[in-house]
Design a protein around this ligand. Structure first.
Ligand SMILES: NC(=O)c1ccc[n+]([C@@H]2O[C@H](COP(=O)([O-])OP(=O)(O)OC[C@H]3O[C@@H](n4cnc5c(N)ncnc54)[C@H](O)[C@@H]3O)[C@@H](O)[C@H]2O)c1
Length: 328
């Protein structure tokens, strides 16, 4: 049995990933290390909690002794670091928590992998750092795309902390030969996403006939990917990615925030006057868009969901799971 250590597995992407991964990879034991911040919810993992191949450890990735104990006890062959403070708005008010978890937490994991994996382990072991398109900063036109070697120019304390973690991960590869792979994905949507995030906020406000807040005039453009398409990319990068490489993961489905809200309004059959424009967020990036040729050709990965299908399915999930988000 191979052992996979996942961090932040009780959050949105991590929990979708774990359920998907355990269903399809029967020869793996999976350890989920999660601090259970406000964003972590073990309800997301009910489906796997009794599996003999799943172990949950409550704890902080910044806790060197705990991480070292996990490496000694479980001897992971693979690490996927999803754990992070992930909400940009919160990072404006509380940047130090973001720096702590996203930068120092990643460093703690890298350092423990370095201590645990010897030279021959490094041919088979992998450390996958889950990054974001936000590290590239903002595109000021509608025609350019970020490549993996585009400049890193983060705009928010969140994206700056993720960029710092990427650079630390890269440094561990270059300096210590640690088999690190970085993937940078666009905005995710799907079931089990915290209602503080844009799409679930729109859906759950509208389901309750409440006003939906939209920053500025809603013209900011985002690229949206279904969380399962991201999860498949994570698996492909883990097994087929090349250490030291970065892979952009995007869907090509770009849409402005206002058009996204209007689409959800239409699907739910609600009136457009529930949309309420609010003061823009400082440093709000105008557009993100990724060139994903490398992942498509080198990892043989592509998206299965269209935005239309994924959105309808996600809306249906929030409609059917009131208990999950109303108690959040
Ligand atoms: N959501 C997106 O659209 C998106 C897009 C690209 C990349 N990402 C990246 O994907 C990863 C997961 O994002 P998400 O949306 O699932 O986030 P999330 O906020 O839903 O979940 C984060 C999880 O990490 C845990 N966590 C936070 N700090 C921790 C710590 N110090 N130690 C242990 N656990 C800790 C939380 O308890 C939670 O379970 C993050 O690294 C994020 O930067 C997210």
């Amino acid at each position: 049995m191979k052992v996979l250590l996942v961090t932040g597995g009780a959050g949105f992407i991590g929990s979708n990933f774990i359920r998907y991964f355990l269903r399809r990879n029967k020869s793996f034991i999976l350890i989920n290390l999660d601090k259970l911040t406000y964003a972590g919810n073990l309800e997301n993992l009910k489906e796997v909690e009794n599996s003999p191949r799943y172990h949950f450890v409550k704890g902080d990735i910044c806790n060197h002794e705990l991480v070292s104990y996990i490496f000694k006890k479980y001897k992971p062959d693979y690490v996927i670091n999803f754990a992070a403070e992930s909400h940009v708005d919160r990072s404006l008010e509380d940047p130090s928590t973001f720096t702590q978890s996203n930068v120092l937490g990643t460093l703690t994991l890298l350092e423990n992998a370095r201590n645990a994996w010897n030279r021959s382990d490094r041919n088979v072991c992998r450390f996958l750092q889950i990054s974001t398109d936000e590290v590239y900063g903002s595109l000021e036109n509608n025609t350019d795309y970020f490549m993996e070697n585009s400049q890193i120019l983060p705009s928010s304390p969140y994206s700056a902390s993720k960029a710092a973690a990427d650079l630390m991960a890269r440094a561990y590869h270059v300096t210590h030969g640690l088999p690190v792979i970085i993937i940078r994905c666009c905005n995710n949507y799907g079931p089990y996403q915290n209602t503080e995030k844009f799409i679930p906020k729109c859906i759950t406000c509208l389901l309750q006939d409440r006003k939906v807040p939209v920053y500025g005039n809603g013209s900011n453009i985002r690229e949206w990917i279904h969380v399962l398409d991201h999860s498949i990319a994570v698996i492909k990068a883990l097994f087929y990615g090349k250490p030291g490489e970065i892979y952009n993961i995007g869907s090509g489905e770009e849409i402005s925030n206002i058009d996204m809200v209007k689409r959800i309004v239409r699907i739910l059959g609600k009136p457009e006057d529930l949309i309420q424009f609010t003061q823009d967020r400082p440093g709000h990036d105008r557009r993100y868009a990724l060139n994903c040729y490398k992942a498509r050709s080198n990892l043989n990965w592509s998206c299965r969901y269209t935005l239309d299908d994924g959105l309808k399915e996600t809306i249906q999930w929030y409609r059917s799971n009131l208990n999950w988000w109303k108690t959040e």
